[in-house]
Design a protein around this ligand. Structure first.
Ligand code: AMP
Ligand code: MG
Length: 468
């Protein structure tokens, strides 16, 4: 591992240097060999260096400062309360990755928290982030989960503790900008902007250029989430990365039966982060980012606000265009037609209450034979009226093209829960089997029914809890 810790070097005063806790009995539970190979990471001694037991040579651990709007309310000081950035590693292809430990002990940002993480939620982040990567969606990646050998206490009782080692294009969040803007630390804000541009958007010109590039990546990311039915669950501004990667997997999950208002998180009582609200929240979060950049948009305050407003007004259209692109691909359409929005909207009306993933996947099968698709519906009248309109728009290789973008396998909620429960009890086999399945999302449905079918009726409404 070759470290080069530019964040610490270039952004003094934006973090606190401190070492992670040393766990009593670290034991690697799952290790991502393929990712390690890609990044040129030698896995020797992984249980020690991926848990805080030993620091790899060149690591310079620190907790980063950030603020954030949580469920709409501003918290001026959040920061890494249970995470340590070990530093940045340079991959063989020259790309720079943050290597971070999560669940690695208290920091001055911990507030009332214990700085720790339970094995279940860390395995959950590992599994879902691997699924997202396999689906082709930008995401932070998971390198290893190491059980610490220490028990921790949560509402549900005593749980095995664990540390997740993850890599990210960076950990710069909307909340990172908010932290310095809220404190009026203009020099640090400016340094953060310059740093972010150099690291992620070297082509962008000035603060406006950076904002446009971030907005474009977010619009694309959200369209991809919506395409696969991903519900992040806690889209606070501190959980939105400027790199455009999906970050901070907590109470997230994949929608099964299509319902725009779907919410899994137990604490999201108003449905702020419901499935269909996510693109709006993305726009809201980008408005918070724009606020922090106003003085850098233009020295004249009125002009800065005008520039910001023009951009914020354009976000909904940008997102719609990305979303339509995703939907055209999912439906296997040929080129572009003015009627496509209506075609997509009418399909979505027809599949209300039907399994989102299988409705699209089996639509590909329906190019040849509609039986598998129709079997998903109690009442298929609306769908049958729609199918001829769709057939008239199909690209010649539709079935193949659709199977390459519509997954057969997503991490089904009931399987995730069963895998994490077994893992917490010491049996990793269900987790390993599910991980293998979600890493091949576009493979065939046949022969993998245990992974492709929705939760059985008895599973009931799915509720997730914050990954603390
Ligand atoms: P999250 O909801 O996981 O994105 O976390 C929001 C904030 O709470 C971040 O500042 C975290 O570092 C902090 N946090 C979450 N869990 C803990 C914990 N167990 N101990 C200390 N801080 C935590
Ligand atoms: Mg977070």
């Amino acid at each position: 591992m070759h470290f080069d810790n530019s964040y610490l070097r270039d952004l003094p005063g934006t973090y606190l240097r401190l070492a992670p806790d040393v766990p009593p009995a670290p034991r690697a539970v799952v290790v991502n060999d393929a990712l390690a190979a890609d990044l040129g990471i030698d896995l020797a001694g992984v249980a020690a260096w991926a848990s805080g037991a030993e620091l790899p040579a060149g690591a310079d651990p620190a907790a980063l400062a950030y603020a954030g709007h949580q469920f709409g309310g501003f918290s001026p000081q959040l920061g890494d309360g249970r995470a340590h950035l070990l530093g940045e590693i340079l991959a063989p292809d020259g790309r720079r990755w943050d290597l971070q430990l999560k669940g690695s002990g208290r920091t001055p940002f911990s507030r009332g928290g214990d700085g720790k993480a339970a094995l279940g939620p860390m395995l959950r982040e590992y599994l879902i982030s691997e699924a997202m990567a396999a689906l082709g969606i930008p995401t932070t990646r998971s390198l290893a989960v190491v059980a610490t050998g220490e028990d921790i206490w949560r509402d549900s009782g005593r749980l095995p503790g664990a540390v997740l080692a993850r890599v990210a294009a960076s950990h710069i969040r909307v909340g990172t900008f908010q932290f310095f803007a809220a404190r009026g630390e203009d020099d640090k804000l400016r340094a953060l902007l310059d740093y972010t541009m150099a690291r992620h958007f070297p082509q962008a010109e000035g603060a406006l250029g950076l904002f446009d590039a971030v907005a474009a990546r977010q619009a694309r990311l959200l369209a991809q989430w919506m395409g696969v039915g991903f519900i992040h669950g806690v889209m606070n501004t501190d959980n939105m990365a400027l790199s455009g990667e999906t970050i901070d997997y907590g109470p997230c999950g994949f929608m099964e039966a299509y319902a725009p208002g779907t919410v899994f998180s137990s604490i999201d009582r108003q449905g702020r982060y419901a499935y269909a609200n996510q693109p709006l929240i993305m726009g809201w979060n980008l408005a918070r980012l724009a606020e922090t950049l106003l003085p850098l948009f233009d020295a004249d305050a009125d002009r800065a606000v005008d520039l910001a407003n023009a951009r914020l007004e354009a976000i909904a259209g940008m997102y719609r265009a990305e979303w339509l692109g995703v939907m055209r691909a999912k439906l296997g359409l040929w080129g572009e037609d003015a009627g496509d929005t209506a075609l997509v909207d009418d399909f979505l009306l027809a599949i209300q209450g039907v399994d989102w993933t299988l409705a699209f996947r089996r639509l590909a099968g329906a190019v040849q034979d509609e039986a598998g698709l129709l079997a998903l519906f109690d009442d298929s009248a609306g769908l049958r009226a729609w199918l001829p309109r769709w057939r008239a728009r199909l690209r010649p290789d539709a079935a193949t093209a659709m199977n390459a973008v519509n997954p057969a396998v997503i991490p089904r909620n009931h399987l995730v829960e069963a895998a994490l429960e077994a893992a917490t009890a010491g049996d990793m086999l269900p987790f390993e089997a599910l991980l293998t399945a979600v890493r091949d999302p576009f493979g065939p449905e046949a022969g993998r029914e245990g992974f492709t079918l929705p939760a059985p009726q008895g599973f009931g409404a799915y509720v997730t809890f914050c990954g603390t």
